[in-house]
Design a protein around this ligand. Structure first.
Ligand code: EPZ
Length: 430
């Protein structure tokens, strides 16, 4: 089983290049099957989630040619079936975007029902509500969502909760529905906007993405396009906190600073210096950071995907901090692992009360989910001694070359998969 092994203590210094946004890429890959013409997608992150979704697309007859590590050419003219089985959904929930994409183009789709996951129950009632509003007959039986209609008809849909997934999924189907669709209480995340921009580059007519009201005029068909995915807001935020927690000085390149405003604001509040440029920003931390209160919210609020990273950083800050998780009901599973490294955190419901400690000590820990795993790497970077992290498959779902990018910044981290490698690492680092 592959693990990360990390020797803590080095401040991160230097430059890091941020990749394409995973959560935009998943919606965009699914949307690419909505035309029979070739589509080229650039700045695609090479992570496990995108690899699995590409396999799901190929399973229904899509041809995907990898032009280089971050560019693919997609040809969906040969799609010959409309069923995405649970093998793909079990690996990544976002395979459910194929529902909206296949419904939009073919008026039918069968996709396995995604279960809950490590961060919560994650229902999809709003997705199904949106499809039904567009005239789709949706049945859920034996773990499969079977959806179909004679033709999609635009509708006025009000989301009961702000949901990224349902906003994107319904937007996909509505793009090719007859007439107008309005999605109210829509999610405003940068990746929602990127999927809308991608669809518009294919000839869709979508206005208002990035606000809470998205207006879609259905079109007859979509054409091919070449499109480059926006930088990953959460990968960038993770490296910003890595610089902060290690008291480093890191230039984070290929970002959109506007997407990072809530993250930058919190880092400045707890004592970091941040310098913004057009497509990069510099994070410097020279002294012990201070405490704060933070509550995760839909964009433009502080992202839930950054909650483990800020909580880990605050666990070493001066004073008492409060972190409230308002999006998912089970996103503190990493706290037990941090406590084994010396953190003083108490979780009550959806709130973590954090008493800053002076230091962490290295330990053998496991990544409970994607972003929690990344946060545990941050903890290990600053812990005294050596930390070994298990279940790194979660981390590699969303971070491309994470150990390599951290090593280039001065971190002492390697991916190992045997006791022998561990011993070699320990001998090397002393
Ligand atoms: C997306 O998940 C992201 N995943 C998540 O990132 C991110 O944490 C989340 O949005 C919130 O920003 C992808 O984009 C692939 P939601 P999604 O629908 O779409 C409830 C990562 O780390 N809800 O916005 O599944 C839901 O239970 C991942 O990259 C319903 O009640 O999230 C949650 O409480 C983790 N009914 C809230 O809405 C529904 O039909 C937000 O969920 C759908 C959602």
């Amino acid at each position: 089983m592959e693990q990360y092994i990390i020797k803590g203590g080095n401040p991160l210094v230097g430059e890091v290049e941020i990749g394409g946004a995973k959560n935009a890429a998943l919606g965009i890959l699914a949307a690419s099957v909505m035309t029979s013409e070739p589509v080229v997608i650039e700045n695609l992150p090479d992570v496990r989630d995108t690899a699995v979704l590409i396999q799901a697309m190929e399973s229904v007859g899509t041809r995907v040619e990898r032009i280089d590590r971050h560019t693919v050419r997609i040809n969906a003219s040969g799609i010959d079936n409309y069923t995405i089985d649970d093998g793909y959904i079990k690996k990544i929930r976002a395979s459910y975007y194929m529902l909206g994409a296949l419904l939009g183009r073919f008026n039918q789709a069968n996709v396995a029902l995604p279960g809950g996951c490590n961060i919560g129950s994650r229902p999809i009632d709003q997705h199904l509500k949106g499809f039904r509003a567009l005239g789709v007959k949706v049945e859920v039986s034996r773990g499969m969502i079977c959806a179909g209609c004679d033709n999609l008809v635009g509708s006025h849909i009000y989301m009961d909760v702000v949901t990224v997934g349902a906003t994107i999924n319904v937007m996909l189907a509505a793009t090719l529905a007859a007439g107008k669709t309005i999605i109210e209480n829509a999610a405003k995340e940068p990746h929602v906007v990127d999927v809308a921009n991608f669809l518009n580059s294919m000839g869709a007519n979508i206005k208002g993405a990035g606000t809470d009201v998205i207006r879609i005029k259905g079109v007859e068909k979509l054409h091919g396009t070449t499109y480059s995915i926006i930088p990953d807001q959460i990968e960038a935020g993770t490296f910003m906190f890595a610089a902060a927690i290690t008291k480093g000085d890191v230039m984070i390149k290929n970002v959109i600073p506007k997407h990072l405003e809530s993250i930058s604001a919190k880092l400045i509040e707890i004592g970091c210096q941040i310098e913004e440029f057009d497509d990069c920003l510099r994070v410097v931390a020279t002294k012990r950071l201070s405490s704060t209160h933070v509550k995760t919210l839909p964009y433009p609020g502080f992202p839930t995907d950054m909650q483990p990273q800020i909580a880990t950083t605050l666990a070493l800050s001066e004073g008492t901090s409060i972190v409230t998780e308002s999006i998912f009901e089970n996103r503190f599973k990493y706290v037990g692992e941090l406590q084994r490294m010396g953190a003083n955190i108490k979780v009550e419901g959806n709130t973590a009360i954090i008493e800053g400690v002076d230091s962490f000590s290295g330990a053998e820990i496991s990544a409970p989910d994607l972003r929690a795993g990344a946060a545990l790497v941050l903890a290990a970077l600053v812990a005294e001694g050596i930390t070994i992290i298990d279940d790194i498959i979660y981390i590699e779902r969303g971070y491309e070359d994470f150990p390599e990018k951290l090593s280039l910044l001065g971190a002492v981290i390697e991916k190992v998969d045997s006791e022998r490698d561990i011993q070699k690492f320990k001998l090397k680092v002393g």
